[in-house]
Design a protein. Sequence first.
Length: 483
Amino acid sequence: MHDEDSDRTPLQPVPYSANSWEPGWRHIFLIAPFRETMRREYNGTMGDDHTIDDKVEGGRKQWQMVLWVFTKWALPMFVTGCCTFACMVLLHVGTYYYVHEMHMLAHLFKRNEHMQSDDFNVTLSIGWREEGNLTDGHGRAKSLSFGSLNHPIHLAMGFSQVDISMLDKIAACFPVIFVLMAVLMDELGVWTKVMFCNGVLAIWKGLFAAMTTVPDSKGWHECTVRLGGTGLRWMMEAKMDPMAFIKMELFGVNGVHIRWCADMMFSGHIYFTTLYALGLYELAYLFTREWDRKCRFLCLGLVALTAIGEQVVEVYFVLLNRFHYTMDVVMAILLTFLIFTNSANAEACKKWVYFGLGGKKRKRRGKEMARWVVRKREELVGELKGKGRPYDTGMAMIPFKELGADADVFVPPCYNPCCCLDIKNGTFGGTRHHVYDDEDLGDMLFACTSVEQQQMCDHMRLSMSYDIKQNKNFKLLHQDPEP
């Protein structure tokens, strides 16, 4: 059991009551989609034994709550926007280093006009090119500008000019649908998690580009075309001044926004669509949790197939256009899955959802309550033994509030394909795992016998000396009686 004055804020659902906040007609159009969040915030901060008249003074409390709920939803998106802006600045830093590196190499190396690719028994995807088409007229890659890495998959696929903007428009469907569903379902938890993952991935993409210069997959010549004369000239003349890059990112150069080169590791297109496809799938998983098994299977299958199909098409055309290396695409998918299913990320998001919901202070649970829990457990164990059921006595008495997990981690089926095989029990479509830390487990086990505690410590790799004996409930239980 957690003491109410503990440093850790328990994460448990807030019960509703008949006095729950109900929006007035003046506010219904503003916060109707966020009804669940408003109920949670209002009940959690004001308590359940107050009347509406006690809670609302001239309507000010309602508007304060509306502002707080707006902050809960807007701040994750604001943080994502800041991280994305930082990523764009860092990508231009990586472009700066690539431009200077290639400018130096272009003067160091001299092109051999008499060299033919057939003179070498090697399949390189790089080469020299100053102008002309990238293909030989039959769809086969002829050469690529100097300054890209060897990429056998590019060579095998060939090259074709692809309108990436069209792919961007198709991929934008996932974020748009995700935002609409998250707002209409009032799923602040999934919204916060996706926004947080987006920010983390954006920051790391920018840092990777700035830390190590990976040659552009289309090479130096294509980079100069992409930057244009204005951008190339700015990159050559600029000094490594962070404020200059921030100013350039905000206002451009002579009103023109400069594009990037060498922003390879990892693919922004792929991680963006993968992340919002995962978020959309989790929303569908939650939305259909009470549906008939067959209907739910069809719905989740349709969402999954749509997401996978779009990703396959996106990856194919990104590689065909040589917009990224294969390693960029693979790393984008892997990192997105790892961060999306990370328990630390899920815990931070859940704490934000329940941040500020302290509720009404209750009396601190003392040693009498701890001893009462032990006595009740011993009585139940004795009753089960008297009924000839000794194997059912291995149990713990757990207060309801302890079941509020620190984090809820959603694992999609592509991460754990075995869950799709258990359709009979309804666990298809993914699984949700609930995270408890060592202190939570100590709160659950303090009333058990020392033998049972040691068994669980061995099984769960807990520390008997710290996680059990240093638990506050355990110490309350073994305090000397007051004189």
